[in-house]
Design a protein around this ligand. Structure first.
Ligand SMILES: [Zn+2]
Length: 437
């Protein structure tokens, strides 16, 4: 994997920027304006069910010169690793195939949240045909310039610390115990939520969904639990200021042991790969190795803070990171801090968590050109103009047709949608797709 070159190499080791990178920066319209993305990952395995995907060389398919983006993803599997591996191998392609070709960067970023919903649902639906009983959390991060898009199901969190020290949650916690809205949704859709009953009627442990006893309300896989455990992700899109920031993606093995502040504090000032190791070490020290414990640390840095560093001394990266992630109050103003005096604004572009496809596939300003006109919005199956089922649910009145009533679903994805919303059991094969809503 090309990503491996950059993986784990601290700042010190990559002090010289390859010429190709410099040239590419020179010829882009946003000259020197794209951040450097440095990262590292660490893991201690108990069950072998945590998997990661790191790709730093992805290209947008639109002929723009600067059409690159990075993907960082964590999959924490349960009841086996089948779903985690399947999602790792298919989710990115399923997402990208839901984005029409030839969008400019702005359109591409606007289409991304819906494409992620489509990619998650298609991956889950395809995995169901494999009849595996495993499931997985997914925390899926796409970094395009200063724009960070995070899609997540389950409880592997992603946090952001901006350069000035503000901390943001970029994922949602889909634990039934901590998410009353999700308990409500699961119950309404036909699931039962309760604690484990032991002899004598006492209830113990966290809230779980029955049958199956899963603690999560959203995941990919888990077909033995029920369709109300949906794969529809929480999606959040933010734009960092050009002072950058640090992302930490970790499985619950870390977050059960450390608060975000603890994770940030124990690794502050360290290059990304050392930081990831330190966070995993710290988590295991606190709780012991009770679960797979995986951490990816990603530093999004202004490129000018890296490029001037010429002499390849070993630990020079440290100073840069200390300045980057200093607390506001710590040092008044060292010379090198001057570049970071601009306001630290993390701009929120998008956030949505609804489990209803009608809400997730539409947008406030529906732009039909952001969808493939007559393809299923989930699986991208090409359909004839009158074959698709409008995601808006309203069987369009004959004679009173909109110019575009889409996005549309194919019958099979419509069936999946109704199952997720508790309107049918997907495993009831006698239920025909012509059934009523
Ligand atoms: Zn479909």
């Amino acid at each position: 994997m090309a990503a491996a070159e950059a993986a784990g190499s601290g700042v010190g080791e990559r002090a010289t920027v390859p010429l190709a990178v410099l040239l590419r920066r020179e010829i882009t319209s946003e000259k020197m304006d794209s951040p450097d993305v440095l990262f590292g990952q660490a893991s201690q395995s108990k069950k072998g069910e945590d998997f990661t995907l790191i790709k730093t060389d992805c290209r947008r398919d639109n002929g723009e010169e600067d059409g690159t983006f990075s993907v960082f993803a964590l999959f924490d599997g349960h009841n086996g690793s089948g779903a985690a591996i399947y999602a790792r191998d298919n989710l990115l392609d399923n997402t990208l195939s839901a984005i029409p070709l030839d969008l400019n960067r702005e359109e591409w970023l606007a289409a991304l949240p819906r494409a992620l919903v489509a990619g998650f649902v298609k991956t889950d639906k395809d995995f169901q045909t494999k009849a595996h009983s495993s499931g997985t959390t997914v925390t899926f991060v796409i970094i395009d310039g200063w724009v960070v898009t995070v899609a997540s199901v389950g409880d592997s969190r992603c946090i952001l610390e901006s350069a000035e020290g503000s901390v943001y949650y970029l994922s949602s916690d889909h634990r039934l115990e901590e998410n009353a809205d999700e308990v409500e949704r699961v119950t309404t859709s036909g699931g039962e939520v309760g604690r484990l009953n032991i002899v004598g009627g006492a209830e113990i442990g966290p809230l779980r969904c029955w049958p199956g006893g899963l603690c999560l309300s959203r995941s990919i896989g888990d077909m033995d639990v029920g369709e109300f455990i949906v794969p529809i992700p929480h999606v959040k899109q933010v734009k960092l200021s050009n002072a950058g920031g640090r992302l930490i993606i970790s499985s619950d093995g870390v977050w059960d042991a450390l608060t975000p502040d603890m994770a940030l504090n124990c690794s502050r000032g360290l290059p990304a790969d050392v930081a990831a190791n330190q966070i995993v070490k710290e988590a295991v020290q606190v709780k012991g190795l009770r679960d797979d414990t995986t951490c990816i640390v990603i530093d999004i840095l202004p490129p000018e803070k890296i490029t001037p560093i010429a002499p390849p001394t070993k630990k020079q990266g440290k100073g840069v990171f200390k300045n980057m992630f200093r607390k506001k109050s710590s040092e008044p103003s060292a010379n090198s801090d001057r570049d970071f005096t601009e306001p630290d604004v993390v701009e929120e572009i998008f956030e949505e968590e609804s489990a209803l496809l009608s809400q997730r596939l539409n947008s406030a300003n529906p732009v039909s050109s952001l969808f493939k006109l007559f393809a299923c919005a989930i699986c991208q199956l090409e359909m004839k103009p009158d074959e698709g089922i409008s995601v808006n649910g309203s069987i369009s009145h004959p004679g009173k047709q909109h110019i575009w009533d889409g996005p549309f679903l194919c019958p099979s994805c419509q069936e999946k949608r109704e199952a997720m919303e508790g309107k049918r059991s997907s495993r009831d094969s006698s239920f025909k797709s012509s059934g009523s809503e």
